[in-house]
Design a protein around this ligand. Sequence first.
Ligand code: GSH
Length: 253
Amino acid sequence: MLKLYHAEPRANSLKALLCFQEKNLPFQSVYVDLHKFEQHESWFVALNPEGQVPVLDHDGVIITQSTVIGEYLEDAFPQAPPLRPADPVGRARMRQWNKFCDEHFMNYVSMHGWHRMVSIIARSIEGGEFEKLLARIPLHEQREKWRTARSGFSEADLSNATRKVSVAIDRVEQQLAQTPWLAGDSYSLADINFYSSGGMALHRLFPELQVEKIAPNLMRWLERVSTRPGVQAALNMPDHTNPALRTFAGEQR
Ligand SMILES: N[C@@H](CCC(=O)N[C@@H](CS)C(=O)NCC(=O)O)C(=O)O
């Protein structure tokens, strides 16, 4: 049996949910409430010592890391619609884009997400309680991120992140001028990764970058991705985000 522990259909949770929906794989959905910090509770840390979603449980075998979950589903269920190019070059291109999304792009979009949304949650918690919650976070980097979300990201870091997002947009635009999908002729895990990591709403999240004007190929790609039935199905999964906190997340829809 396939069981996916995930939060709202956004970012890394969305990436894993999209793979299931695109491959039409039945799975049991287990919602982990990040607003209640369930990801740091001992039962969840026993599943994933990093205290983060998504987590896949396949007949008792635990797989973490959203990009790895996507590749795992490809290997374990080759008969379901493939999300990997058939040829080695296409697969290499797909993995290069995945690396780019995981190691660069996602972090910079995420900083703005944390600045606009998570900081509101962090500041709403009383100081002593906040320190107790921080003490439970297993990853040092994540603990620091929560702390910064409360104190505030610097303008210099935020504008550097915007600059990096702008570089990513140029890179994707150039690729999509040459091929219909990021890794070539077929829709793949690379498209899923870029879309979930923030590509789904760059034009709304960063209006100052004028994405609609400078990246017509990216906008056409976005239309093709977002109207896919698998994508619609994933986006329509329950969203428990407090409506007052949806300024960043809600705009992504
Ligand atoms: N590299 C991990 C990152 C997972 C991650 O950052 N998950 C976020 C949700 S998108 C999370 O659990 N955040 C809550 C926290 O870190 O406290 C992956 O790709 O799965």
